[in-house]
Write a protein that binds this ligand. Structure first.
Ligand code: HEC
Length: 148
């Protein structure tokens, strides 16, 4: 490939990435739902490992913990006032009890970080870690997400 073609390809990729970032800013509802969907997919893999339906795989455990950590890091900025209404299951409590919601995100992140090493240590450790991390999912959904 000629250098100029390389450059053009790189430029297109950069513009595409910038466009994705803009979409994320403009559509926080879609962004947070995508992150949560990935949370669900990763939790499914981990649950299968804990049940023994899938072999323990430290790489997949790492992927799940990395993704949960990413979600917890991005989540606080994905609930601007403008995103209360729309195609969302977030309850009004997210905004009326914002400090509590932010604390729930912070606790989720801490439990992900604190349980990572234990989870990577093997199937037994993973079971304990999943219980600790998974409680955050259900606790937060109970208070801040509409039941379907
Ligand atoms: C701090 C709060 C919080 C935590 C922790 C949390 N969630 Fe959520 N989750 C939400 C909220 C709020 C929504 C609704 C988002 C919306 O519709 O705008 C949601 C939505 C979802 C959805 C539905 C996504 C869709 O298709 O629209 C799934 C699946 C999900 N969460 C899985 C998980 C799993 C698995 C975990 C734990 C590993 C988790 N969540 C942890 C708050 C949380």
């Amino acid at each position: 490939m000629k250098l100029s073609t390389w450059f053009a390809a790189g430029l297109v990729a950069t513009v595409a990435m910038a466009a994705t970032a803009v979409v994320a800013q403009q559509d926080p509802i879609a962004t947070r739902k995508e992150l949560m969907k990935a949370n669900g997919r990763n939790a499914g893999v981990i649950v299968k490992m804990v049940k023994g339906e899938e072999a323990f795989d430290a790489n997949k455990v790492k992927t799940a913990f990395d993704q949960w950590d990413e979600t917890a890091t991005k989540f606080p900025s994905l609930f601007p006032d403008s995103s209360k209404d729309g195609d969302t299951r977030a309850l009004p409590a997210v905004w009326s009890e914002r400090a509590k919601f932010d604390a729930a995100i912070a606790k989720f992140k801490k439990d992900v970080d604190d349980n990572r090493a234990q989870a990577m240590s093997g199937a037994d450790g993973l079971k304990v870690a999943l219980a600790a991390v998974g409680k955050n999912c259900s606790d937060c959904h109970e208070t801040f997400r509409k039941a379907q």
